[in-house]
Design a binder for this molecule. Structure first.
Ligand code: SF4
Length: 313
């Protein structure tokens, strides 16, 4: 029976492509969580487009039954932006590693945040460049030495949550790859958010990172789980009045402060969320037809540019 004629199931988001990540890689959990969230939201595969950069996580679109584009190193966000602006009726999900997003793609990361295009960007954060044999990536902390490194890192790590807040992402959260149920709920919230959503997902790389392991992340410290959900402790990152700049700034400061908690306690969940005007909504004020008709349906072949050319003479 065709998909359109029956209820969607989780299997509708899977592909027959052989998954060639290392056994026990955290990437499996993230793909599973994306598929679960799409199924929970009942978004049909033909209304979803998944974009990826280069790295182990770059293979993600191969494994999700949707439109997919495995793009260039660090260039996932410009591609996702273009696709969303061309067809705003699509659910656009961008994925990539921390090296792809915060190394070569750092400029795109910052400028995509301030645009607030309506998409979801999921970073698979394992602290290393897994595909190229485990060199330290931008989120690897100073002094840490994984098994693939001859000596400890001598640079400070980047703080993805704080950078996302400062860049202007309007939904910022952190999840854990090996908890697909909670992660799928978080991804669902990010997809439903109107605007640019960024998720920092802690992803274990058992092949090259023997520091941020499943055991370390899930162990208890002083009788408390290392990872905890900020909402369980009364944290509220949602801006209740988006027209109030003071509240927005206060919630951003709160989120950035919380983002520096690391080590014995690692917070997860929604750090910040605000319903602010999207790039598409700004476009509609200049191009009224954009509100009702996606760009892909515009007739751009037969446009009269004579007035424009005359003005340039
Ligand atoms: Fe996963 Fe690491 Fe293997 Fe890449 S190298 S597939 S991130 S375990």
């Amino acid at each position: 029976m065709a998909i359109a004629e029956r209820p969607l199931t989780l299997n509708d988001y899977k592909t027959p492509v052989h998954i060639n990540w290392c056994p026990s890689c955290g990437d499996f959990g993230i793909v599973n969580a994306i598929q679960r969230s799409l199924n929970e939201l009942k978004i049909p595969p033909h209304k979803v487009a998944v974009f990826s950069g280069i790295g182990c996580s770059g293979k993600t679109p191969h494994y999700i039954n949707a439109y997919g584009f495995h793009t260039l190193h660090g260039r996932v966000l410009p591609n996702a932006t273009g696709a969303k602006l061309a067809n705003k009726d699509m659910t656009v999900i961008a994925v990539g590693g921390d090296g792809d997003g915060f190394g070569i793609g750092a400029g795109y990361f910052v400028n995509s945040g301030r645009r607030n295009v309506d998409f979801t960007y999921i970073v698979f954060n394992n602290g290393v460049y897994g595909l190229t044999k485990g060199q330290g990536a931008p989120t690897l902390a100073r002094g840490v030495r994984t098994k693939s490194m001859p000596e400890p890192a001598i640079q400070d790590s980047l703080n993805p949550i704080a950078l996302a807040i400062g860049s202007g992402y309007t939904f910022v959260g952190r999840g854990y790859a090996l908890d697909p149920k909670s992660l799928s709920e978080l991804i669902g919230q990010a997809i439903e958010h109107k605007g640019s959503a960024f998720l920092d997902v802690l992803q274990t790389c058992p092949t090259y990172n023997d520091v941020m392991t499943k055991t370390w992340l899930e162990e208890s410290v002083h009788d408390h789980p290392r990872m905890y959900r900020i909402a369980d402790e009364g944290y509220d990152g949602v801006v209740s009045d988006p027209s109030n700049p003071s509240e927005i700034i206060a919630k951003k400061v709160q989120a950035i402060e919380k983002s520096y908690e690391w080590g014995d306690r690692i917070p997860t969940g929604v750090f910040y969320s605000a319903r602010l005007r999207t790039y598409e909504e700004e476009l509609e004020t200049r191009l009224p037809d954009y509100a009702t008709t996606p760009l892909i349906d515009w007739n751009v072949q037969d446009r009269d540019v004579s007035k424009l050319l005359a003005a340039l003479r």
